[in-house]
Design a protein around this ligand. Structure first.
Ligand code: C2E
Ligand code: MG
Ligand code: MG
Ligand code: MG
Length: 287
């Protein structure tokens, strides 16, 4: 969609020069942006739900909600790609609000189907751009009110970059979320550039150990050492932990032995559509 690229360039008043090869990528980027805007308006995005499993009892303690875009022509677009487009275009604001509302709505409807509050929470991803530019706390408050769900059923996953970008703003936003009784998780912990001082200053409840350490655990002593250090840090600061990317029974056993609270990964379950995730949850409970 070259026309769109040209219009954008005119509007921004800049002359855009692309290297060969970059032009194709830029075109895809611009048309993805237009189509993503339409997809949000037409309610064509979806959420997938991946179990968060208590490593001791092996029961499901919650689900991470993950955005999905199944493009009518191009098929499934990876989140890493459309979330980046959304962040660069500002579409992350409506997208982020949609994700929050849909997640809260889904959990409220699962409770109704179950005939009462389920003993689980949903963990919702919040982008650094969203935290910097939108009132995430009021979006969450609106959704909780609209769907009549208490805040303690919701965890917000932030990345280290959200905090580094504007620590004071992040701190105010986290306080506002805590005032709603929501919990705060630090996603992909150990991969960003934040200072450990933030862990002490900010009301963070959960550290999510990044998949890169978990997947390297058996090949690389250093990854195990880093995991031990994160677990001991979390323990000392009174935080719980979620180990991401658990793909094998061995990894699940080792992480449980090391003291990780919760596990997430293909070994337990892949992200699933809402109806399937609900069945997975209630089926297990009955079994
Ligand atoms: P994340 O928040 O760290 O989410 C975990 C990612 O790891 C998900 O990828 C999940 O499908 C994947 N995963 C889980 N278990 C395993 C495993 O055992 N092995 C492997 N190889 N992967 C595993 P997904 O769904 O592709 O999402 C990628 C990233 O996109 C997320 O990373 C998050 O940063 C972003 N994202 C997804 N949904 C949203 C959203 O609603 N809002 C925002 N702001 N970002 C989102
Ligand atoms: Mg996450
Ligand atoms: Mg993560
Ligand atoms: Mg990760």
């Amino acid at each position: 969609n070259g026309q769109f690229a040209l219009k954008r360039a005119k509007r921004s008043g800049r002359i855009e020069v692309y290297q060969p090869g970059e032009a194709g990528r830029a075109r895809r980027r611009f048309s993805l942006e237009t189509e993503l805007r339409r997809a949000i308006e037409a309610d064509q995005l979806d959420l997938a739900f991946q179990p968060l499993v208590d490593l001791e009892t092996r029961t499901i303690s919650g689900f991470e909600t993950l955005a999905r875009w199944n493009h009518p022509d191009r098929g499934a677009i990876p989140p890493i790609e459309f979330i980046t487009v959304a962040e660069e275009s500002g579409l992350i604001l409506p997208l982020g609000r949609w994700v929050i509302d849909r997640a809260v709505e889904t959990l409220a409807s699962w409770d109704r189907q179950a005939g009462g509050p389920l003993p689980i929470y949903f963990s919702i991803n919040v982008s650094a751009v969203q935290l910097a530019r939108d009132s995430v706390a009021s979006a969450v408050a609106d959704a909780l009110r609209r769907h009549d769900l208490p805040g303690d059923r919701i965890t917000l996953e932030l990345t280290e970059s959200s905090i580094v970008a504007d620590p004071d703003r992040a701190s105010d936003m986290l306080d506002a979320l805590k005032a709603l009784s929501c919990r705060i998780a630090m996603d992909d912990f150990g991969t960003g550039y934040s200072s450990l001082a933030y862990l002490q200053r900010l009301p963070i409840d959960v550290l999510k150990i990044d998949r890169q350490f978990v997947s390297a655990m058996f090949d690389d002593k250093d990854s195990t050492a880093i995991i031990r250090a994160i677990l001991s840090l979390a323990n000392a600061l009174g935080m719980t932990t979620i180990a991401e990317g658990i793909e094998t029974a061995n990894a699940a056993h080792l992480l449980a032995a090391l003291g990780a609270t919760t596990g997430q990964g293909y070994h337990f379950a892949k992200p699933m559509p809402a109806a399937q995730a609900f069945q997975h949850l209630v089926g297990r409970k009955a079994a």
